[in-house]
Ligand binder design. Structure first.
Ligand SMILES: [Zn+2]
Length: 474
């Protein structure tokens, strides 16, 4: 529940190191290995304790770490010429010409043998990475519900396989995902690209789209962000929520505020990995400081979206400002004990079209040009208020805004996150649009060419429309 972005902070602090490592493609004869607290291994010519931190020497320069908070261990100390022994035993080993490797002292010959072995291992790994570098020849894995392909690495593929299956179970327990027999037999495709550029080139999505679920291909698509894992986790779970609601009822045509608010609420999760067993625990409902900031600012400026208006917003009018409001409303309901159960019932009943819910049949281009079932906004409103046991929406409106206005956030950190996410998502307007501006109908639809395997029809954009088209989502 940290208001900062810890991973982001870490990434920024390690950036100079990462650049240093890039220059260091060939293993030098003498190389130290520095293991970071998050498990990354950096090859450094020399890593020596200096003050509270380390001085790291690379071929082309040096980096000084002020403290050792991000360093788990320095594993190889090959060039022992200026090594300061810690005790008498080390002094004796050093005098014998021994070197320290992986925490153990050994003869120089043994050390060089180990290095040669490691070099061979690295070479094999490099060859394997090269063989799977193109997306089409990426690694694949089938799990209970997904057929996953990725050209990142086998480890990252395993991570997402576990993450998505864990998420499936979590949502199944909470809402009950009961696909039709034919859908149950089909494994949803998951395509994980190794960077944004490749993802955009391959899927032809416009700039700003970080991931999408395509109902016609039954595929979930996104890229792994090496520098900022938080974004990849969020995007993958957000889009997976669209996939799971599709499985509940493929014909259901969603209302945008529910669809995106819920995907964002559950997609923003604390993710804990048990390193020994690889098991993942997902705790949904992580605070989105940037979205809180947007709504808090809107409240204080008096241009916040009113609940009755949120209920009616259409797809084309739904952008970052509206996402923030929808997320904050779903967040408020889930964090308020008297509403949490009612919200779960509302969501489950709505997506499974429980008895008594009125809906209309509409043309539905997003799913093979068939027919869709759409619940009108006023019926969704009725169902929500009834499930929550609220008679007057004005009461709910007041409670929602008071709740969000009180959420403590660090202003600068939230502003930084909002700006950073805009940059990485390729959104160029830093000011959230407000509902007071007229003619805000900047459509995010596109009709660009698609590879045959990925025709444009995105769950996030399930618009009843006469032609096949797709809409990016933020
Ligand atoms: Zn979405």
């Amino acid at each position: 529940m940290s208001p900062m972005l810890p991973a982001l902070e870490r990434a920024a602090r390690w950036l100079p190191l990462a650049l240093g490592v890039l220059l260091f493609t060939a293993s030098p004869l003498w190389a130290d290995r520095l293991v970071t607290t998050d498990g990354r291994i950096l090859e450094v010519k020399k890593a020596r304790v200096e003050g509270q931190g380390f001085r790291l020497t690379f071929d082309n320069g040096e980096i000084v770490l002020k403290d050792s908070s991000l360093v788990k261990a320095v594993e190889i100390e090959g060039d022992m010429s200026d090594y300061v022994p810690k005790d008498e035993t080390e002094r004796t080993n050093l005098a014998k010409g021994f070197v320290k490797y992986g925490g153990a002292w050994m003869s120089k010959q043994a050390y060089e043998d180990k290095l040669a072995l490691e070099h061979a291992r690295t070479l094999k790994r490099t060859e394997e990475m090269r063989a799977h570098a193109d997306f089409d020849s990426g690694w694949t894995k089938e799990t209970a519900h997904f057929a996953i392909r990725s050209n990142t690495s086998p480890e990252i593929l395993d991570y997402y396989a576990e993450l998505l299956e864990t998420y499936y179970s979590l949502m199944d327990n909470r809402f009950g995902i009961n696909p039709s027999p034919s859908l149950r037999r089909t494994k949803m495709s998951v395509n994980i690209f190794k960077n944004r550029k490749e993802f955009q080139e391959y899927t032809k999505v416009p700039q700003g789209v970080a991931g999408f679920f395509s109902p016609s291909d039954q595929s979930l698509n996104f890229f792994h962000d090496y520098a900022e894992n938080d974004i990849s986790n969020w995007v993958s779970l957000h889009e997976c929520t669209h996939l799971l609601t599709f499985l509940i009822d493929p014909q259901y045509v969603s209302q945008i505020w529910v669809n995106e608010g819920v995907a964002d609420y559950f997609g923003s999760a604390e993710i804990a990995v048990d390193k020994k067993r690889g098991k993942i625990t997902i705790t949904p409902g992580r605070l989105q400081t940037d979205r809180v900031l947007t709504v808090q600012q809107a409240i204080s400026e008096g241009n916040d979206i009113k609940l009755e208006n949120l209920f009616k917003i259409q797809r084309d009018d739904f952008h970052a400002f509206e996402y923030s409001h929808a997320w904050s409303f779903v967040y408020f309901l889930n964090q308020t004990p008297k509403y949490k159960k009612g919200f779960d019932r509302f969501f489950k009943d709505l997506y499974s079209l429980a008895k008594g819910i009125e809906y209309e049949i509409v043309d539905y281009a997003s799913f093979g040009g068939g027919r869709g079932k759409r619940v009108p906004p006023e019926e969704i409103r009725r169902l929500l208020l009834s499930c929550l046991g609220v008679k007057d929406s004005a009461v709910l409106e007041k409670e929602w805004k008071e709740f969000i206005a009180k959420v403590p956030i660090e202003g600068p950190a939230a502003r930084f996150k909002r700006a950073y996410y805009m940059i990485v998502q390729g959104r160029c307007s830093p000011t959230p649009r407000t509902p007071s501006r007229p003619a805000r109908r900047r459509s995010r639809t596109w009709n660009g060419p698609w590879p045959t395997s990925m025709r444009p029809s995105i769950r996030a954009s399930r618009i009843p429309a006469p032609t096949t088209r797709a809409t990016a989502h933020e």
